[in-house]
Design a protein around this ligand. Structure first.
Ligand code: ADP
Length: 393
């Protein structure tokens, strides 16, 4: 930081920005520019400006409102705030003063006068409104603020309703699309299976290989559609929680995952500890563990090892999936739980997926009042831990 005097100038017009920077810069002031009211308020929080210049006609919060907000900051209580405007009506001057300004300059900015005026304000010049008028002016200003607030609330509510409707339509579209795509896919998978188990006659080894690839791709597609459908469903439906035995709930899934791990030449080690019944939605629990195990399998190279642990701990029911896969860069650890986020989304990305798996897992864990955390090291593997609070079911 230099020991130059900081001046904050809130103005969206480039020509004025340049002019003020040039004129005041030449006098040794350090002029910081904010393009609108909200960024001016943010900048004022970081800076210790000796003076604030604010244009009245700025986007978003106008100059009066920005001034009122700046005035409420303790470190700006005695800092001169000077309004600049092209408006020549005397009521504008009074409005600026009741909003909290200490002075009022007219546009166009007079390059010769400006440094003199700034020096005066820095030296203590303060303009005030006459006391009898102040009350009426304040009331009028308040009235205007409330009216503007009311308009904003109405606009925002309308925009919100519109967004909610769009979101609903998008959800409906996604569901319809997923359903429509799933029907032909089911037929496709069925026939591929018939080929695979020889029910449609013998196939050559090369054909069998091609059929296996087709089946794997169709399964990935089917899984992605399921994720899309489930994601939509989760957003709009309540969970069906009841007292469940987690070992029983997850048994079919774990059998399926063992099979998939073996096919991918991975070792899946399952460690199931004692577990009291859990108050949870069984389908959601299955989906959450499926999401974590899916990823562990998908992001591991052949020869890797995956461990699934489930047990009661003093902190709650613990579910943990550890893998020795490719790992996740530190900067991505927070983002992987966002819908549609994938660490590497280039077209060459070798791992298929929709980026919805972990968003679904987190949604389910949150809905059960639990927590999910991840530790990972690039090239070494990842550990996903879910803790679900115990509840009397
Ligand atoms: P996707 O459908 O892409 O698997 P997810 O939401 O399940 O979507 O995961 C988001 C991203 O987080 C993945 O694309 C991947 O980059 C990363 N990721 C998730 N789990 C793992 C894991 N076990 N090992 C490495 N990367 C992972």
């Amino acid at each position: 930081m230099t020991n130059q005097t900081n001046i904050l100038y809130i103005e969206d017009n480039r020509d004025n920005q340049r002019l003020v920077q040039r004129v005041l810069g030449a006098r040794g002031y350090h002029v910081h520019i904010a393009e609108d009211g909200t960024s001016g308020i943010t900048l004022a929080q970081e800076l210790q400006p000796a003076l604030v210049l604010v244009d009245i006609n700025i986007p978003g919060l106008n100059g009066y409102e920005t001034t009122t907000r700046l005035r409420s900051m303790p470190h700006l209580a005695h800092v001169p705030i000077v309004a600049i405007t092209a408006d020549t009506m005397s009521s504008s001057r009074d409005r600026a003063l009741v909003a909290g300004c200490d002075g009022y300059l007219h546009k166009p900015i007079d390059a010769r006068q400006l440094p003199i005026q700034i020096a005066e304000f820095l030296g203590g010049r303060r303009e005030v409104v006459s006391a009898p008028e102040e009350k009426d002016l304040l009331r009028a200003y308040n009235q205007e603020l409330v009216e503007r607030l009311e308009r904003q609330v109405r606009d925002l509510s309308a925009a919100n309703a519109e967004l909610a409707e769009l979101d609903r339509l998008k959800g409906q579209f996604l569901s319809t699309l997923s359903h429509e795509l799933r029907t032909p896919l089911t037929a496709l998978l069925g026939y591929l299976e018939l080929f695979e188990n020889g029910a449609l006659g013998a196939v050559q080894p090369q054909q069998a290989e091609a059929l296996a690839v087709m089946r794997r791709s169709s399964l990935v597609l089917s899984q992605q559609l399921n994720n899309l459908l489930y994601f939509q469903e989760l957003r709009s439906h309540q969970l069906m929680r009841r007292s469940i035995n987690m070992h029983e709930t997850l048994q079919p899934l774990l059998a399926e995952m063992r099979h998939r791990a073996t096919q991918a030449r991975l070792l899946l080690h399952v460690r199931l500890g004692q577990m009291a019944p859990l108050h949870a939605d069984p389908r959601a629990m299955e989906q959450a563990v499926r999401g974590l195990l899916d990823n562990a399998i998908k992001f591991s190279e052949a020869g890797g090892r995956i461990q699934f642990t489930m047990a009661d701990t003093p902190a709650g029911a613990l579910l943990r999936v550890e893998d020795t896969g490719i790992g996740i860069p530190e900067g991505a650890l927070e983002k992987i739980f966002l819908p549609f986020y994938q660490v590497d989304d280039t077209l060459a990305r070798p791992y298929p997926g929709s980026g919805l798996g972990l968003a679904i897992v987190r949604h389910i864990v949150d809905a059960h009042g639990g927590q999910i955390s991840v530790r990972s090291e690039l090239g070494r593997g990842s550990v996903f831990t879910v803790l679900l609070p115990r509840q009397v079911g």
